[in-house]
Design a binder for this molecule. Sequence first.
Ligand SMILES: [Zn+2]
Length: 313
Amino acid sequence: MASYQKQLESIGFGYDTLTANGYNKINGVCFTVDLEPSTKNYIVSAACRPVDENAAAYMREAIQQFASERKKIIKNAVFDGKQIIIVWYIADITPDITKCMNDSVSFINYCISQFGCVPCCSSCGNEGNANIYVIENNIAALCENCFYNTQSQLAGNMYRENQVITNYPLGVLGAVLGGLGGAVLWIITSLLGKISMIAGAFAGIFGYFGFKKLGKKMTLSGMIISLCVSFVFLLAGMYFAMGVDIFNAVKEYGFTFSEAFELIPVYLTDPDATGEIIYNHFAGFITFILGAVCCVFQYNNDKKVKNRMIKLM
Ligand SMILES: [Zn+2]
């Protein structure tokens, strides 16, 4: 990600770390660059359009031509009436972002001279000097009108959201259900003999999202509660899986299910078995911590982008 930022900055683009988006204004046209980590698509959008309706058809042809000449690295390119959107697909080759950006910029400059493209707003399409704003976790090229509309909409959302009060009882129920899901996942994966490491991470994440879903609003104490609850459930899941393991080992000697569970304390203090228990469950605890760290990160990021409304350029 750091190299993505460095490459963009080396050609004069700005970079917003919270959204991981690049941006620039060239000849009045607002450029935004969005990297989709899951697909490794680099989406370059330029807010501009031809003044003449007929020119738009010719420009669409030129965009197709531009994309087909680079079909190994361009996945798709379109003009949606307000923006030229080029999706660079550079997952398989060394990502040379600067080259893609420079290519995009020179193509837009070509569109300006050839099809009479003018800068416009990416929301309403009105001609004029749009500015680049970051609105929560999006970057957009907006005219003043659209910016004020979005701003008042956001203020309305903010007001409504402030009216929402966290429902702790339901939130805890959500965390219990999430934690239970994590525990069941642990039991199933460990009974299947698969490494159940990842189930540890899911226990924490399920608990967190369970609280958020039913409690309506995540808070710091909600996060702590949900992580503690899911940890307890994970421990219970581990305990249960251990009992089942013991039962499978001793059932041929006529032990019942509950008798096998009564053997757990013995098993846990048996020096021969303890090493194995630690080995088997250590990974689960580590991934639980990783999952919890993801939740903390998610909570922090949500808070940082919330109601963010900044003019970038
Ligand atoms: Zn507008």
